[in-house]
Design a protein around this ligand. Structure first.
Ligand SMILES: CC(C)(COP(=O)(O)OP(=O)(O)OC[C@H]1O[C@@H](n2cnc3c(N)ncnc32)[C@H](O)[C@@H]1OP(=O)(O)O)[C@@H](O)C(=O)NCCC(=O)NCCS
Length: 190
């Protein structure tokens, strides 16, 4: 199912929304933080790249198979951009999707990623009618694996040296959760 519009999501402390031009400086700050980038596909980002990225994300359809959409995570009380989350519907299995997430360092370890990704996963299951959602993490990325476990995702795979990443063969965990499991876990939460 393809939705050309993304309605925006809210959680107790956050808004999940499309990126906007005003996000450039906060986005650049965390994209150029080596600790935040350590397990990400990117290392750094120029202002021109940030502007191009934001322009693309403003209108990229949500839920279109093979088109990974990055959404901004904003704190409701301060309107600060604190990070982003990713949703890509699989091009071969269009009722399956992959999630991703990044928080700027000052906003980590306060439960914001769990809150934001729970909203996105709930949206993907309930509005986009996904059947299964997966997430991948470098096995050294303890915070990422812990986040997916907090969300109720199951570790389904341990892929030994499965991809070449920043100069070395890297082990990766695969996590997944089914729609039925998510609904059962979150019954009464929405
Ligand atoms: C992956 C990442 C998003 C996880 O962020 P995180 O801050 O660990 O996760 P949350 O925001 O959900 O915070 C959970 C932590 O906050 C704590 N916490 C504090 N106050 C809290 C509150 N009010 N509510 C909930 N949890 C709270 C929890 O106990 C938990 O701590 P713990 O991990 O020590 O048990 C973050 O580490 C990150 O952005 N890393 C860099 C980018 C990256 O590697 N992305 C993943 C690529 S696969």
């Amino acid at each position: 199912m393809t939705l050309d519009t993304f309605p925006g999501l809210t959680s107790p402390r956050l808004k999940i929304r499309r990126f906007d031009d005003a996000d450039v400086s906060a986005f650049l700050a965390y994209r150029n933080d080596a600790e935040v980038a350590r397990f990400q596909s990117w290392n750094c980002c120029s202002e021109e790249e940030a502007r191009q990225f934001i322009e693309e994300m403003k209108t990229l359809p949500c839920g279109e198979p093979g088109k990974g959409l990055q959404l901004a995570i904003e704190m409701t009380d301060t309107s600060a951009l604190i990070g982003d989350c990713y949703l890509e519907v699989d091009s071969r299995e269009p009722r399956q999707a992959e999630i991703g997430f990044t928080l700027a360092r000052p906003y980590q370890k306060q439960g914001f990623a769990t809150e934001a990704i729970a909203a996105v996963v709930g949206y993907a299951f309930q509005e986009l009618d996904m059947h299964r959602i997966v997430g991948r993490a470098d096995c050294r990325n303890i915070a990422s694996a812990a986040l997916m476990e907090r969300l109720g995702m199951r570790r389904e795979g341990y892929h030994l040296q499965s991809y070449w990443f920043k100069g070395e063969w890297t082990d990766e965990y695969l996590y997944a959760i089914l729609k039925d499991e998510w609904l059962k876990k979150n019954r009464g939460a929405t």
